[in-house]
Design a protein around this ligand. Structure first.
Ligand SMILES: CC(=O)N[C@H]1[C@@H](OP(=O)(O)O)O[C@H](CO)[C@@H](O)[C@@H]1O
Length: 406
């Protein structure tokens, strides 16, 4: 069996993190989301992957190459305009070859477990099989109504809560879906949507089946959702300290801590797993890192810094006495001494002119930002790429890219 993985979209609601890379390339537990999708396929013996790319495609192609390093054979299909999921699939189908075998379709930005894919492969029957999962809140998703294992209706982002079964966007299709995709009309959202194709098939009494999974399926709609995904993935991490790293004797490591090559953890630091720390980092002395934190490569954390439940991407530098909680910090950011990325409960974050309530939130900071000393970035703030925040200032609202706060 082969798989089509959809990785062309931008992920606008994850901005600013997606301003210069697509959502599938955002790191969680120090790996891009898409790498977990490809691993789950390879672990099920699916090595032929057609990757539909578009937005910032070079970053995807440079990282995954021909797929060999990941145990896969990747063929890229360029979806030059993002006209919807049905359109993306139709562009990719020719790359599957002519063997008439059924195939899988997955989103490149959802985390799934190997067993879930196995269940879909082994239970696929009929013309199409839709993988669903129960969710209390279905807002923003496609939802599925079913009876006796058959789809009775599939509705894209309905305004009313008509079912608790979310469409995961993971499917097994027979090749004759191609003819149905070709007939799909443009939706009211202005896209060719595979859910629309499936609904048309249901109406024609074609055999569209449903499989329910209660296994892990995680989607990052907003940037801060990455923290939940990060925590779930770190729960599987095991203690592993590279032989080439140096961990001073007075360092306390509690629980599962992974430390990459050539990283130094200086005296008096206190690190509570699950935590992943990349290669070539310089941590401490007297640094506290608490669960569930991922620290990328070439990160430096100065004396007495405190980091908790956060993602620090590669090449971040946090100077002494700084504090980062519940936050996501993009590549190549710098914080001067005594900087605070604050966290708070029940924060409303404005995204695309909508206020999104978040139970607990810190800040989300894009790439290449420079903070002077004694800066305070308030909970719920999004800072665009390449901003400069001068010493002693507060950031109390979203900053567009390239801003300077004096
Ligand atoms: C048109 C389409 O394919 N919509 C899918 C797809 O939505 P996006 O907004 O394109 O991510 O993925 C969702 C799962 O992440 C699924 O619930 C939904 O039905």
């Amino acid at each position: 069996m082969k798989a089509i993985v959809l990785a062309a979209g931008e992920g606008v609601r994850c901005a600013p993190l997606t301003n210069t890379r697509s959502k599938v390339m955002l790191p969680v537990a120090n790996r891009p989301i898409l790498e977990y999708v490809i691993s789950a396929l390879v672990d099920n013996g699916i090595e032929d992957v057609v990757l539909v790319v578009g937005y910032e495609k070079e970053k995807v192609m440079n990282y995954f190459g021909d797929g060999n390093d990941f145990g896969a054979r990747i063929t890229y299909v360029d979806q030059t305009s993002q006209l919807g999921t049905a359109h993306a699939i139709s562009q990719a189908i020719p790359a599957l070859g002519n063997d008439n075998e059924s195939f899988l379709v997955l989103n490149g930005d959802n985390i799934i477990e190997k067993e879930t894919i196995n269940k879909l492969i082994t239970n696929h029957a009929g013309d199409a099989t839709v993988l669903t999962t129960p969710r209390e809140k279905v807002c923003g998703y496609g939802v599925v109504m079913s009876a006796a294992g058959k789809v009775k209706g599939i509705f894209e982002k309905p305004t009313r809560q008509i079912s608790h079964m979310v469409n995961t966007g993971i499917y097994a299709f027979n090749r004759d879906i191609i003819a149905e995709i070709d007939k799909t009309e443009i939706s009211e959202r202005g896209e060719y949507e595979i859910t629309h194709t499936l609904q048309n098939m249901v109406k024609k009494d074609r055999d569209v089946r449903v499989i329910v999974t209660k296994n892990l399926w995680m989607d990052s709609v907003y940037a801060w959702d990455l923290l939940d995904i990060n925590a779930r993935l770190l729960a599987n991490c095991e203690s592993n300290i590279s032989d080439t790293s140096v961990v001073y004797e007075s360092v306390t490591l509690v629980g599962d801590v992974e430390i990459g090559d050539d990283t130094v953890i200086r005296p008096g630091s206190y690190i509570v797993g699950p935590i992943k720390i990349g290669s070539n980092c310089d941590i401490g002395p007297q640094v506290t890192v608490l669960p569930c934190t991922s620290i990328g490569d070439n990160v430096s954390l100065g004396p007495y810094t405190y980091i908790q439940n956060s993602i620090l991407m590669d090449n971040v530098r946090v100077e002494s006495h700084s504090h980062v909680s519940e936050s996501i910090i993009g590549f190549y950011c710098n914080f001067g001494p005594y900087s605070i990325c604050e966290a708070d409960n029940d924060v409303n974050i404005e995204i695309e002119n909508e206020l999104v309530p978040v139970e607990k939130s810190g800040v989300v900071i894009g790439d290449d930002c420079k903070f002077g000393s004694r800066t305070l970035t308030e909970a719920g703030t999004l800072v665009g790429n390449n901003c400069t925040v001068r010493s002693g200032t507060n950031v109390d609202r979203h900053l567009p890219a390239n801003s300077t706060v004096l």
